[in-house]
Design a protein around this ligand. Structure first.
Ligand code: BGC
Length: 722
């Protein structure tokens, strides 16, 4: 029950500038208490304290949703925190709600959001042993003061003055704000999930003092020091060092990502509370006395997700790649699937999520995480059916793009495929359908998608010089995805028992029109899409032509965001697994292992974020924590290790075991916790052949040596000889 709805929204009585307000209510609870439940949410991000102790362990609550429509409420059991005399305080920062997002551009909507008031709504319901109940609601009896958080914002960081102890308490003002938007916590909680000790502190040739945590993470740095009142701690964040080993954070663009802390007297420990950063290094711009590694700990923050998938191989660099993929997910699954955690974006780019979702759903249980985000997508879907470039849609003026907007169909379908619950399709069906209708309403050519803005094969390696878009024809991509989305509406609709005959016809028409419009394929990505979306009339011939093209290109990828996630699948499905492996194992640029050879600890936005000679790709689009190309892991699970399932057996209700071993790797082990139990698979290349060990909890189709047979749940060893 949402008790909170009987509370009133409150706000500050005057403009406090950058300073974050703390709201307070003091109250007595004299009788014996048996239950005490605090419900809170805010226009901004908040942390609550009762009698000086932090309430709960949620970070950056209430999380990020499509705030005009949906705002999550957190509920905490606070019985053990209450006393006879109580002091409840809630500090509210700008958070995603009122930070100037996106950072790099201006718009009327951004100004509107930035100018929104800070707001708080809460209720504390106490049940007494005598059967009575009391609810303390936010209302005009609350007070507010300027807190020690002097500044807090998503991109620029946080300033905290430890000398400040709020003393001037003022009356709050009631705030007119919708309560219809309040919903119970729907996504995973955002939590501190790991502490990473500082590895080393060093002085750069340029004279900066830098702390290295050895791993790129998302979260914040906790520091401990003994200081005098008024001493200042000031540091900023970075992901990499430049060629000379100097400080480099130009790729954060306009995000200042700075922490400033004014000390009180004595020993003290602190970390930012209302913002986060993506970083591996911090630079001490001001630090009282000498710093040592013991002073610093990086705290990793992300949505709570159970780990479900593990990969390990006989190759240390490949294992580092696996680790980078996992860290890429941990760094970018902070309530919303984001492109990157550091620069002035950190946005829920739909295309990135669409590319990575399958991998994400294998590595971690992301069902709840994605269901929440998809609900935001449906809430933000425009009246025309258009899906914005990012969700929550803080760029409502920007056109939707193919492959990005198709997240509307691809993501729910993947959540259903991995976890098997039709509810996600039920919830999203209208959104899926409206997206497909939208394409039909804006295209200039029936059954294709022409004349519209698109990102194309974003960051394609065959991009003409100076462009971010690969050479694949934009309308080819848009039309191919149109076919795919229409097909997914048909599949989802049939499962839900809806009449989708119109979409079935549409899909057939798109395929027919597409084949006539695009009789030839010109790029790697065009070949990939034609096969992967079942558009090519002769998929084997097309996959063979792709393999030839890859070889002619020097066994190199020429694909971007659109082609990369599928190219390996297309190659291995049509007899070119060796070539797929060559792409995966390539250590030179462009290749998945190249960043590993350069010391990457997360997945990079560009294959050559750092060039061979140590210089950078660019300063304006060079994230070192962009999960998209980590999508390779879904191929490793499904094709390399061989743990897959048929579309009509979602959630691995039955397994198809068809591994693709490669001697160059030596061995590969995969483990996947599915909704039907744990599947683990290992292959080891030996002199005379390959040994396979499979443990499966379900009926499994084993495909080895060109033969197929079914096995029951159990543990098996198989051999193939050379
Ligand atoms: C983001 C991408 C995103 C793209 C849109 C970039 O700035 O970081 O990952 O998908 O814009 O093309």
């Amino acid at each position: 029950m949402m008790k909170i709805k009987s509370s009133q929204w409150i706000t500050v009585s005057r403009d406090a500038g950058d300073i974050c307000p703390v709201f307070r209510r003091q109250f007595a609870a004299e009788k014996e208490m048996v239950k005490a439940e605090l419900q809170v949410t805010a226009l901004g991000v908040y942390f609550a304290q009762i009698n000086g102790q932090r309430v709960g362990c949620d970070v950056l609550a209430p999380g990020w949703t499509s705030y005009d429509h949906r705002l999550q409420v957190q509920t905490y059991d606070v019985l053990d925190m209450l006393d006879k005399e109580n002091d409840l305080r809630i500090t509210v920062g700008r958070g995603w709600f009122r930070s100037p997002m996106p950072g790099w551009m201006d718009s009327a909507d951004k100004q509107r959001r930035y100018a929104q008031p800070c707001g708080l709504i809460a209720s504390l319901t106490i049940s007494y042993a005598d059967g009575t109940e009391e609810t303390i609601c936010t209302d005009e009896t609350w007070q507010w003061a300027e807190s020690a958080v002097r500044f807090s914002e998503i991109y620029d960081g946080e300033t905290f003055d430890a000398r400040v102890n709020p003393s001037i308490w003022e009356a709050v003002k009631p705030l007119e704000w919708s309560k219809d938007i309040l919903i119970p916590q729907e996504g995973e909680r955002i939590l501190e999930t790991e502490r990473v000790s500082a590895r080393r502190i060093f002085r750069t040739p340029g004279g900066d003092t830098v702390v290295d945590f050895g791993q790129e993470v998302t979260g914040y740095v906790e520091f401990t020091l003994c200081a005098h009142e008024g001493d200042e701690v000031l540091f900023d964040h970075a992901e990499v060092q430049d060629r000379e080993g100097n400080w480099y954070n130009e790729n954060y663009r306009s995000a200042k990502a700075q922490v400033r802390y004014i000390c009180r007297d004595g020993q003290q420990t602190w970390h930012p509370q209302l913002t986060f950063f993506g970083f591996r290094y911090i630079r001490l711009l001001s630090w009282p006395g000498d710093a040592c590694t013991e002073n610093f700990t990086a705290i990793v923050v992300h949505s709570e997700m159970q780990r479900t998938g593990w990969l390990k191989s006989g190759n240390a660099e490949v294992n580092q790649l696996f680790s980078n993929i996992v860290w890429g997910q941990r760094g970018n699954f902070l309530d919303v699937p984001t492109d990157c955690p550091q620069r002035d974006e950190r946005l829920g780019w739909t295309g990135d999520a669409e590319v990575f979702i399958k991998t994400a759903s294998y590595l971690f249980d992301t069902e709840r995480f994605f269901k929440k985000w998809l609900h935001d997508m449906a809430a933000d879907q425009r009246a025309s059916g258009e899906i914005g470039q990012i969700i929550p849609d803080v760029m409502p003026e920007a056109d939707g793009s193919s492959a990005w907007g198709d997240a509307a169909t691809i993501c729910p379908w993947q959540v259903y495929q991995t976890y098997g619950d039709k509810k996600v399709l039920e919830d999203q069906f209208e959104c899926m359908r409206k997206w497909v209708d939208f394409i039909g309403s804006v295209t200039k050519t029936p059954n294709l998608w022409t004349d519209h803005f698109h990102f194309g094969d974003w960051l394609g390696l065959d991009a003409p010089s100076g462009s971010y878009k690969g050479s694949t024809r934009e309308e080819f991509i848009a039309s191919a995805y149109y076919a795919h989305s229409a097909e997914l509406v048909v599949k989802a609709g049939k499962l839900l028992g809806r009449d989708v005959s119109a979409y079935e016809k549409l899909h057939q028409d798109i395929v027919k029109t597409f084949r006539a419009a695009y009789p030839d394929y010109r790029t790697q990505t065009e070949h990939v899409l034609a096969v992967h979306f079942s558009l090519a009339e002769d998929p084997q011939k097309t996959a063979d032509a792709l393999a030839d093209m890859v070889r002619k290109d020097g066994v190199q990828l020429r694909t971007g965001f659109v082609g990369t996630p599928y190219i390996l699948h297309v190659l291995s499905a049509y007899g070119h697994a060796d070539l797929a492996w060559s792409l995966v194992l390539r250590r030179e640029y462009p290749g998945w292992l190249y960043p590993v050879t350069k010391g990457a600890t997360t997945i990079w936005e560009h294959w050559d974020g750092i060039h061979e000679d140590g210089t950078f790709w660019s300063r304006d689009m060079n994230s070192f924590n962009h999960y998209a190309y980590g999508a390779v892991a879904d191929w490793i699970f499904e094709q390399a290790a061989g743990i897959a399932h048929a579309e009509d057996k979602p959630a691995f209700e039955e397994v198809i075991y068809a591994p693709h071993p490669d001697e160059r790797l030596g061995w590969l082990q995969a483990k996947l916790n599915t909704r039907h139990g744990t599947v683990s698979a290992l292959w080891v290349c030996q002199e005379d052949g390959v040994r396979y060990e499979l443990e499966t909890p379900v009926h499994t189709r084993v495909c080895l040596n060109g033969e197929e047979h079914w096995v029951n749940p159990g543990k098996y060893t198989f051999w193939t000889t050379k």
